[in-house]
Design a protein around this ligand. Structure first.
Ligand code: BGC
Length: 412
């Protein structure tokens, strides 16, 4: 068809999940404790979520029918290493089956090693805020590399250290539920940087053929009034702390960490105005750009921003993957529109010469959305929580068509 916008050959089309979003039955991690303490705002339970621990074969078969050729998932640390230094053979075998199934279905597995959940024993010691946290994580990383590395197409060490540290230690929305703990926030980021660097070294040594990256969340901070210096300053400082982690005496951009590829998670952004009344928040008053639609999460929806984020990563000279992008919308027509629009901007970025090699939509299924439980619908596939029945939404078919054609239809 003329006017079709083709993606590069071999482009990866997948969906992104994490164990706790979809598996169900993760009773040995800090999120389970958090849930029991009343940490889930909706009162929902992550058990059984999508019950994917048991239903992974049918779920992957469905994704394959939807022409996905890759899949991003996380292996659950608390299952594999239920107590410090003790590894559970049966759980390792389970994940071998999971990865084998993806391979059999023709989907390249991108495996995340830490996606927001930690074993209870690790959390009890202070989690990522405790000194030596990165060393406590490494035996798990090594074991997974040794046992599963032959089936992995990409490693993703950490998911969104910035969001993780912010939500757990400043906002209190993730375990351990600390609010305003700046020292904890700082330690988490510092230890995650050490953890990533050490894991990178180990993964390269143990599985030299598998590219290693990180998934970093980019939330755009834009000056409310670009003509006002104070707004530009407030936006730049907000962006500074959103994008960086401590590396010795300086704050380094997370995307400058040692990596073979970079993973971009992007959903939204804010306008930032300087405000003397917000001293505690770096003098930044953040709000949604007036006039833009918002998702069910109240996040501004602006598909063009994906291209902005990708352009910003281009100078780093690494292959890029969009490791998460999507929209919380109960009204699936919005997701259909969003997918067409956002992929149009991704395509434009590629035309500009940005080396983007794959896109992982968040998410395959409606799933357990952390502290928001089941109230947020990000999935291409709906899940009936009572019967566990799956229903492909129109957005799922839309995504499938694009993936199959490796192209977007001509613009209407
Ligand atoms: C996380 C996902 C999450 C998504 C939507 C990202 O911050 O990596 O796990 O569900 O945003 O909130």
């Amino acid at each position: 068809m003329s006017g079709e916008r083709h993606f590069p050959e071999g482009f990866l089309w997948g969906c992104a999940t994490a164990a706790h979003h979809v598996e169900g039955g993760n009773h040995n991690c800090d999120w389970w404790e958090f849930e029991k303490r009343g940490g889930i705002l909706t009162g929902d339970s992550a058990d059984p979520a999508c019950d994917q621990y048991r239903r992974f074969r049918e779920d992957f078969a469905l994704l394959r029918r939807l022409h996905n050729n890759a899949h991003r998932l996380s292996v659950e640390w608390s299952r594999i290493e239920p107590s410090a230094g003790e590894f559970d053979r049966a759980q390792i075998e389970h994940y071998r089956q999971v990865l084998l199934e993806l391979r059999d279905q023709g989907m390249a597995p991108m495996v995340t090693l830490h996606h927001f959940t930690s074993p209870r024993w690790f959390a009890k010691r202070g989690g990522w805020a405790a000194s030596g946290a990165h060393e406590a994580w490494l035996p798990f990383v090594r074991r997974v590399a040794e046992e599963l590395g032959d089936l992995v197409a990409f490693w993703c060490t950490l998911n969104e250290p910035n969001i993780y540290a912010y939500q757990g230690w400043l906002a209190g929305e993730f375990p351990p539920g600390r609010k305003g703990d700046i020292r904890g926030f700082y330690s988490v980021l510092a230890n995650m940087r050490r953890g990533h660097e050490a894991a990178y070294g180990e993964l390269v040594r143990l599985t030299p053929a598998v590219p290693v990256g990180i998934a970093q969340h980019k939330w755009l901070m834009l000056p409310a009034d670009p003509a006002r210096r104070r707004d530009r300053f407030a936006a730049a400082s907000a962006q500074f702390f959103m994008d960086r982690w401590p590396a010795g005496a300086r704050w380094q951009r997370v995307v400058e960490a040692p990596c073979d590829y970079l993973g971009l998670n992007h959903y939204s952004g804010s306008l930032v105005a300087f405000s003397l009344r917000r001293a505690g928040e770096g003098f930044a008053n953040r709000f949604n750009p007036p006039g833009l639609p918002v998702s069910d999460f109240d996040w501004a929806v602006e598909p063009r921003w994906l291209r902005v984020c990708l352009e910003q990563l281009r100078p780093l000279g690494k292959p890029l993957y969009v490791t998460e992008n999507g929209i919380a919308a109960i009204d699936d027509r919005r997701r259909v529109r969003f997918i067409r629009d956002v992929l149009g901007h991704l395509w434009l970025a590629i035309q500009d010469g940005v080396d983007v090699r794959g896109y992982f939509h968040f998410s395959s299924h409606d799933n357990f959305e952390w502290a928001r439980g089941y109230s947020m619908h990000f999935g291409l596939i709906g899940v009936d929580l009572k019967t566990q029945e799956r229903t492909v939404k129109p957005s799922g078919w839309e995504y499938s068509q694009i993936a199959q054609a490796n192209a977007l239809a001509a613009e209407e």
